[in-house]
Design a protein around this ligand. Sequence first.
Ligand code: C2E
Ligand code: MG
Ligand code: MG
Ligand code: MG
Length: 281
Amino acid sequence: HAKALGKNNCQFYSTELNQAMHQHLLLEASLGRALGNREMQLGYQPKVDLRSGKVVGAEALLRWHHPEHGLMGPDRFIPVAEESGLIVPLGEWVIEEACRALRSLAALGAREFVISVNLSARQLRQRHFAQRLTETLARHEVDPRTLELEVTESQLMDQPLEAAAVLTQLKALGVRISIDDFGTGYSSLSHLQKFPVDVIKIDRSFLGGAGADSQDVITRAIIALGHSLKLKVIAEGVETREQLAFLRDHDCDQIQGYYFSPALAEDGLQRMVCDDTRLPD
Ligand code: C2E
Ligand code: MG
Ligand code: MG
Ligand code: MG
């Protein structure tokens, strides 16, 4: 009896594992076709300056219109893209698209508008990444100061010396560098000073409500740290009035989050910029 049961169990698990592997392979195969089939799209989530209330930039976020699964968020396919290496062509496409969007915004008069893109560790480690970026910026006639590259602490701390060298190269092109999800990774403050960073993004997990809880203490500490290093500080994932009020009170520079706007299609972003839509006081 026990033996039969054990065997069944084993079959059950192996079937499940096979199914998971099968799903993974299917996803990887369809991801490989996604760019060619024009299934990828960028959403642009506005960033607001807290002093002026103006929309000064946007983060480009990847969306996949999967032929069978419908709209898919990056958390579902970025890991597959990283593991398979597909993140390299995908990431290049993201930068191309973002540059094209920057060019259109500049043509509409928004010459200082900044678009940020997320980089994966693998892209950053690519040989000639900086060289390619230079070519892309030039081809689209984009002012390098209007492109921002978002990297996470863990990406940098993995090989801090190499990362510092690449960032220094990128920084020399004139692009901006930001540290995404700040505070969630394993980081070293002494290293932070060595990276040529312009912006830190406070992770949304630190945005509690208003009041004296521990998350608020961390948020205040990150703002103070950023400012003492002469960096701009942006809070991401701002959802409530209370969070906004707290961030204003503590001199945070910018916010991004559903409270103001989710990610928009490019025409929606253009409309917002042309109408000069602002965050109310
Ligand atoms: P991230 O860079 O930290 O992006 C912020 C995420 O928070 C986005 O999720 C955004 O939609 C979400 N968000 C924005 N405001 C709010 C809010 O008020 N509340 C809540 N609950 N969430 C909010 P999304 O678009 O699902 O992206 C998830 C992650 O996927 C990103 O985190 C980024 O790490 C990665 N990602 C997105 N696009 C790309 C890309 O083009 N390349 C790479 N390598 N990674 C990407
Ligand atoms: Mg980001
Ligand atoms: Mg983030
Ligand atoms: Mg994140």
